[in-house]
Design a binder for this molecule. Sequence first.
Ligand code: FE2
Length: 287
Amino acid sequence: MRDLTYDNITERIIQAYDGTEDARLKHLLTLLIGKLHEFAKEAELSQGEWLTAVEFLRRAGDISDAQRNEFILLSDLFGLSSLVDLIAGRQAADATEPSLLGPFHVDGTPERANGADLICGNDGARIVVGGGITSTDGGAVADARLEIWQNAANGRYVNEDPEQPTDNLRCTLRAGDDGRYCFSTVKPVPYRVPGDGPGGELVRAGGRDTWRPAHIHVRITAPGHRPLVTEIFDTTDPYLESDAVFGVRESLAVPFDRTPTDAELSRHPDIERPFNMVDVDFVLAPT
Ligand SMILES: [Fe+2]
């Protein structure tokens, strides 16, 4: 290929990947090469700007490890993660809206009984989160597993804080056959996404801030249904409108301060008073 020109380069590079056997991969590569070239041409990207971008990505790799993935943060900060969630949401109309997985999910958190108490020694306002899991087909979803993870009163997740006990404020719950689930915990708090790497540079360059509104992460899997990854937000959180990573959806913000009924108070005799109720129902789409 010795006759590359400004005008033919995109077509020629796409042709070079013509032998890609996987049809979906070939489609993605063709689109990606086309859009990348279109971006560079429209921006009249300079060699210096190209080098800056490549170095930016190299530093994102350098700061990433098994506990931290700077590329997920960059995807979040560019709104790409939320766009992918919204695309998934379009394919599962009427189901609960998906939201960010984030960088702190781990597989295989310990399984706890439905109704588990995650409060343990954690500081913070006590809440009981509960509701039902149903299908867009109608009816309760049986045998659903909920993975839950959130931050502690100091704003940090157990993954990034060696001072917290193992698996603090995270677990896997199995909902009842009636689709009901419940757990008690402390209110999560707003926190800043990591600002010491390329993600932080991007936020500062854009005149933005690194705050996220408080949230509880939830991942639900159930036989015969699409997995759901989403987040639950408090309607009174001051950062709902300015979430650094664009994860908030109107339907995912719920009151965190409902007063428990007498029946609910007697159902949770072991939770120190006062506590509040958080009602969250989930709707899954069949596969
Ligand atoms: Fe989070």
